[in-house]
Design a protein around this ligand. Structure first.
Ligand code: ATP
Ligand code: AH0
Length: 363
């Protein structure tokens, strides 16, 4: 079976589209990747969504994103020389506009109308993966632990950390089963906001700017006092939880922007390392995926902070490029949906029972 996985995450950098071939045992092999960046205007429109955004504006973005996804699929088909007939379906994460698993009722929304995507591409689309988990009593995220187990699980106990806009951890038991997983806190989003503001750049390449500043330990301690970091799993975040307003609500910010950036990098490294230590369950190796794996200063800080005998590795070293893991993972989830296979997130999201995730929109 050949699937297309589409992931557009909380960094709002664009869409990762991955072609995945599954072997008879259901193991996916990535065989093509394109990244289609969002225009600056679209990224800003998405970033500015809030509780007061008008419904017609949200619906227009929903329709518009479907067009962006359709264009990414066309680019991927072209880049891989594949025809539509070879592809079973597209698995679409969509763009999270809202995620409030603790509100009453719990809600989550991923935009990018799957009906329009099916119509535009002529391919079936599997989408809305998080809704069923919420309906079954789960917190709707992270879903990654189950596909991290399938893609990156091994003989040894292992923690996999994805550093996107938000960071999330998967705890894999020896043999590969996912035994826990949750969002640890900020990933790149706060650092990206600093880079946009002070470097006029989408992100701080290699974390070089942050690495040239001084960590403000007192300010870092105030940020680390946020109760989210101590709360036991299951737990998941909306990107708006740890946003620049959250940061600005803390007194005593470093006077120099570069020191603030250094402190934000330390915050991401510290909250991930503390989560691994507290909930990672005994000796393990740690693998990093997502865009944060390209931030060499962050990897250095995390490796140093973990201080383990085994050095931090990127998923590239296990054969799956860090920027492709999530899109490949959604291809894996989409295949399970097509086959009617329930996914067991009970130990991760707190769902009451395994469910078949997502909806199928026929071609
Ligand atoms: N060379 C690099 N140096 C530093 N940071 C980088 C580099 N390349 C990518 N990044 C970071 O990775 C981010 C994109 O990561 P990724 O695509 O994993 O995020 P995402 O999928 O949007 O997020 P999420 O996992 O939260 O849904 C960029 O916004 C940037 O912060
Ligand atoms: C609601 C939502 O979109 N959550 C994302 C986000 O980005 C990282 C982290 O927060 C994770 O919980 C999740 O994405 C991955 C793919 C997941 O579900 O595992």
């Amino acid at each position: 079976m050949r699937m297309i996985g589409l992931m557009s995450g909380t960094s709002l950098d664009g869409v990762d589209a991955v072609m995945a071939d599954f072997d008879a045992r259901g193991h996916p092999r990535p065989c093509g990747h394109v990244h289609s960046p969002y225009s600056a205007e679209l990224a800003t429109a998405l970033r500015n969504i809030n509780a007061d955004s008008p419904l017609d504006h949200l619906l227009a973005l929903d329709a518009r994103l479907a067009g962006v996804y359709a264009a990414a699929v066309e680019s991927l088909l072209h880049a891989t020389g594949s025809t539509r007939r070879e592809v079973s379906a597209i698995a679409l994460h969509g763009q999270t506009l809202w995620h409030a698993p603790l509100s009453d009722p719990p809600v989550t929304c991923q935009a990018g109308d799957p009906s329009r995507l099916a119509e535009a591409t002529g391919l079936p689309v599997v989408a809305d993966f998080r809704q069923r988990d919420l309906a079954a009593g789960g917190v709707g995220a992270p879903l990654a632990p189950v596909f991290h187990a399938a893609l990156l699980g091994g003989e040894q106990r292992r923690c996999v950390v994805n550093v996107g806009g938000v960071a999330n951890l998967s705890v894999l038991a020896a043999g590969g089963r996912a035994e826990a997983g949750f969002d640890t806190g900020p990933g790149n989003a706060l650092m990206d906001a600093g880079a946009r503001r002070y470097l006029d750049s989408a992100f701080d390449r290699d974390g070089a700017w942050a690495a040239s500043g001084q960590v403000d330990s007192a300010f870092l301690a105030r940020l680390l006092a946020d109760p989210y970091f101590q709360r036991p799993p299951p737990k998941s975040l909306d990107v708006s939880t740890f946003d620049p307003r959250w940061l600005d609500a803390h007194a005593g910010q470093p006077a120099q922007p570069v020191d603030r950036q250094a402190t934000l990098l330390a915050l991401t490294a510290e909250t991930i390392a503390a989560a691994v230590e507290r909930w990672g369950g005994g000796p393990r190796d740690v693998v990093i995926t997502g865009g944060g794996a390209a931030n060499t200063a962050l990897c250095r800080a995390l490796d140093h902070r973990l201080g383990g005998e085994r050095p931090l590795r990127t998923s590239d070293e296990l054969g799956i490029p860090a920027l492709q893991v999530e899109a490949l993972g959604f291809a894996w989830l989409g295949r399970a949906t097509l086959l009617g296979e329930p996914v067991d997130l009970t130990a991760i999201t707190g769902a009451r029972r395994p469910t078949v995730l997502g909806g199928i929109y026929p071609a």
